[in-house]
Design a protein around this ligand. Structure first.
Ligand code: CR6
Length: 830
């Protein structure tokens, strides 16, 4: 046998033709082979899409080599690993990002060129992986990029949704939602691991029995579903590390429920099994409010249970007991969505690994940490006890016990302040008794972080006040960040080249603080010329896209002013629209020679409205209605254009962000936890018009008040202003523009009343649009003045980029790694 083994090993070594080669010829060969053997087309005839598929597979081969070696290296070294649990990963496209991170983009471009294809054109064939709603999911994706680039031993865990976030179609100016069949044409970036699968249990009952003097709980499930792993390799930049994002898909469980097949109801038995697949079928399309749907809790438990089984299995491969668990494992909850993990790990340790309660709790409280992404309490998920009892009966028992022990401890700190204890309790009493997942997570996690300094201060004095008073040490702030690789280096190569040239190094792609070096050249006319040339190219590209989708020609000399993000009342797209109407009204009432002084603007909107959110949907329609009127008014011409870019997603953002002069982040203070779009724009030399909310404040501190436009009420005044709305008389200008909407100047006369009522009706303008309107108009006027002074504007633009070093996700992840997870880089040697 050992001779046989030797012979096989020798054979395998001989077959190990070293690594795939990255010269142009080898790349061409691998692409053409994939055309023939993977895509199954003739190597003499294949179209752009097939060429994309073959190219993607060829890139994947290279990713897998690095992935395999990295995983093996982690296994050998066995460092402490961090596992990032998230219901959302908004990845976007992979081709250019992978090739660029692997450092082989130029070779691929050349290889394809000789074959008669353009890499950039092929890249457009890729469908975005849109497994997220907005900021939270995109943050998770940026974090993966930083994990890999910083050589951290990290894994992402989530769900492989069959349908990503809905596609936004526009018909007659109204949003129509369509399913996102992103997997229909296959997904070359994932590897299905049929052998990596776990059973996940639901429903049923819990039996209790005595064994060796100890009471033992046995969960007899009523349903079982298989979780099958799909691995997505995530390459780092200029490193040989490639990490893993493991997403779970639900498949019917074989072997279980065989009885059903004896009942004679064969067809229904099969249909029931299909229901299993529904668990990983859709992404819930809202990131701020929880809907209380059973399927959502099923999704959460499904991915958490499979992930924890996977992690415990990996740990047990090299350990015989749990003493080292918290030294080897850090588990991070991306918001409270995966918070059921706390109860699940307790259950596994107690019921399956036979640990005592105290031991298990000791482990749980050392491994878990949490990021909170919200300011509003409504988005803290709560599950009716009744639902929990039926779906996860054993977990409910465990949660009750955690709560009992916790409240006893809390009593020692707060005495018999029953109001406070009731607020701290994991269980909310009321007409419907519920489990507060936020409280469960806070009780179990050793660290809870906010996503900006302002967010931290704010929630410590509101949402988390009671917890903060008993455990102040648990709460901290980690300002969000974005990856400068996707968002600047690869997404805006024209500007990236200028930055590299003037800094004399490419090192900023891995260490963004270096861009501060641009400051010393900020007034250099040569840099100005190159800077504007790069930005001009990007504007041309966007103008072309706008023409393609709308038939509208916009002038690239106009200011491109964007507000692109999900549509929500608190983000105040309506405020922007009201100021556009005001601008239109002013232009109309001007004499011809006065019009010459107007600064031409292209106002760009993009964003999806949550499907059930009427207010947001009306905003989409209003943008179109205003555009219809303004864009076709010959008196206005190039002075004002209003454009809606449909189906905003990661790849559309990559087109818009490098091309804008101004970007608006104008939420009511105290409502945007952080914001990350602002960071992407600032990095790309786009000026920010913003309120003092979320990370705008830190951006201002970094790039300087004088290089940004801020306005409006401050957060501390917001609660008072809200209560005083009855005494507040909105300014004349505000009432005039609302009147124009109500009068039907933009058509659809009564349709927009609900929007107007929300800001001037009895309900009292909760988001304070009337309060901020004049200040906003003033800020807009200073934007115009600044734009006319080209030199000044360019300098501000350069200083924006120069001041954005802090907003790299590398900085954020380094802070998390050092201060929360205590994990260290584990770099695979080349
Ligand atoms: N909607 C916050 O609202 C923040 C991101 C990422 C959000 C936003 O301000 O930048 O998270 N919150 O931290 C949630 O999704 C709950 C978001 O994207």
């Amino acid at each position: 046998e050992s001779i046989e083994f030797r012979r096989r090993t020798d054979l395998l070594f001989g077959l190990m033709d070293q690594y795939l080669k990255n010269d142009v010829f080898s790349i061409q060969k691998s692409i053409v082979d994939h055309v023939e053997y993977t895509v199954a087309r003739s190597r003499f005839r294949f179209d752009d899409f097939e060429a994309y598929q073959a190219t993607a597979h060829s890139a994947r081969d290279r990713l897998l080599e690095s992935w395999n070696d990295t995983q093996q290296f982690f296994k050998d070294r066995n460092p402490k690993r961090v596992y990032y649990f998230s219901m959302e990963f908004l990845m976007g496209r992979s081709l250019l990002n992978s090739l660029s991170n692997l450092g082989i983009k130029d070779q691929y471009a050349q290889a394809l060129k000789q074959l008669g294809f353009d890499l950039e054109v092929l890249a457009e064939q890729e469908i975005d992986a849109a497994l997220g709603n907005g900021g939270l999911g995109r943050l998770a994706a940026c974090f993966l990029d930083s994990f890999a680039t910083l050589d951290l031993p990290a894994w992402g865990y989530g769900l492989r949704y069959q349908y990503g976030l809905f596609r936004q179609n526009i018909k007659d100016g109204f949003q129509l939602e369509q399913p996102d069949f992103w997997l229909n044409f296959g997904n070359p970036w994932e590897v299905e691991r049929v052998h990596v699968s776990y059973s996940v249990k639901f429903y049923g009952r819990v039996d209790e029995e005595m064994r060796n003097g100890r009471s033992v709980h046995k969960w007899i499930p009523g349903e079982m579903v298989e979780a099958v792993a799909y691995d997505n390799p995530i390459p780092g930049y200029h490193t040989s590390n490639t990490i893993n994002l493991r997403l779970w898909a639900a498949k019917p469980s074989g072997g279980f429920d065989m009885e059903a097949f004896n009942t004679g109801d064969y067809v229904n038995a099969i249909l029931n099994k299909q229901k299993a697949e529904a668990i990983s079928s859709i992404l819930y399309p809202d990131d701020r409010s929880y809907q209380g749907k059973e399927l959502r809790l099923k999704q959460q438990y499904f991915f958490v249970s499979a992930s924890l089984q996977d992690i415990v299995r990996r740990y047990k491969d090299s350990h015989s007991n749990f003493e080292e668990f918290s030294n080897k494992v850090a588990l991070h909850l991306n918001d409270t969505h995966p918070a059921i993990a706390v109860a699940e790990l307790m259950r596994m340790l107690i019921d399956e690994e036979w640990l005592e309660w105290k031991e298990a709790w000791n482990i749980v409280t050392r491994v878990f940490s949490l990021t909170n992404h919200t300011i509003i309490s409504e988005s803290f998920e709560k599950w009716p006890v009744e639902l929990m009892e039926s779906l996860l009966p054993r977990h409910l028992q465990i949660i009750y016990e955690i709560n009992r022990v916790f409240l006893e401890e809390a009593k020692k700190k707060v005495g018999s302040d029953f109001g406070r204890l009731a607020r701290l309790s994991i269980v909310e009493e009321g007409s419907v008794k519920t489990i507060r997942m936020g409280n469960l997570a806070i009780v179990a996690c050793h660290s809870i972080n906010a996503v900006s300094q302002m967010h931290a201060n704010y929630i410590k004095s509101t949402l988390l006040k009671d917890f903060c008073s008993i455990w102040p040490h648990k709460f901290q702030s980690k300002t969000n960040g974005v990856t400068q690789r996707r968002w600047l280096a690869f997404g805006n190569p024209a500007l990236g080249d200028v930055i590299t040239k003037w800094l004399g190094t490419e090192a900023w792609i891995k260490d963004l603080d270096i861009v501060a070096g641009l400051r010393q050249h900020a007034s250099n006319p040569q840099l100005h010329a190159e800077w504007n040339q790069a930005r001009y190219q990007n504007k041309m590209r966007l103008a072309q896209h706008i023409y393609n989708i709308s038939g509208i020609r916009v002038s690239v000399d106009a200011m491109f002013d964007a507000q692109v993000k999900r549509i929500h009342e608190y983000k105040r797209q309506f405020l922007n629209l009201l100021s556009i109407i005001h601008r239109y009204d002013c232009i109309k009432n001007m004499a011809a020679d006065e019009r010459k002084r107007v600064v031409p603007r292209v106002c760009i909107f993009g964003g999806k409205a949550p499907p059930g959110y009427e207010f947001a949907k009306k905003i989409v329609k209003l943008v179109h209605a205003i555009g219809e009127k303004v864009n076709n008014d010959p008196e206005v011409g190039d002075l004002l254009k209003v454009i809606f870019i449909p189906d905003y997603n990661v790849s559309v953002a990559e087109l818009i962000i490098p091309a804008c002069d101004l970007s608006q982040h104008i939420s009511t203070p105290g409502s945007e936890a952080s914001g990350t779009g602002n960071m992407k724009f600032a990095m790309n030399g786009c000026l920010i018009l913003g309120t003092l909310d979320g990370s705008n404040i830190e951006i201002r501190d970094e790039i300087g008040q004088e290089n940004m436009f801020t306005f409006g009420v401050v957060v501390d005044d917001v609660p008072r202003l809200r209560t005083e709305h009855r005494n507040f008389q909105p300014p004349r200008e505000f009432q005039r523009v609302l009147g124009m909407i109500r009068d039907g100047i933009f058509g659809f006369k009564d349709y927009f009343n609900a929007l107007c009522d929300a800001v001037d009706g009895e309900t009292g303008d909760y988001y304070l649009l009337g309060r901020d309107f004049l200040a906003y108009l003033e800020a807009q006027a200073s934007v115009d003045t600044a734009f006319v002074d080209k030199e000044k504007w360019t300098e501000m633009s350069i200083l924006s980029t120069a001041g954005s070093g802090k907003f790299s996700s590398d900085r954020a992840i380094r802070e998390y790694a050092e201060q929360i997870w205590r994990v260290e880089p584990c770099k695979r040697p080349v």
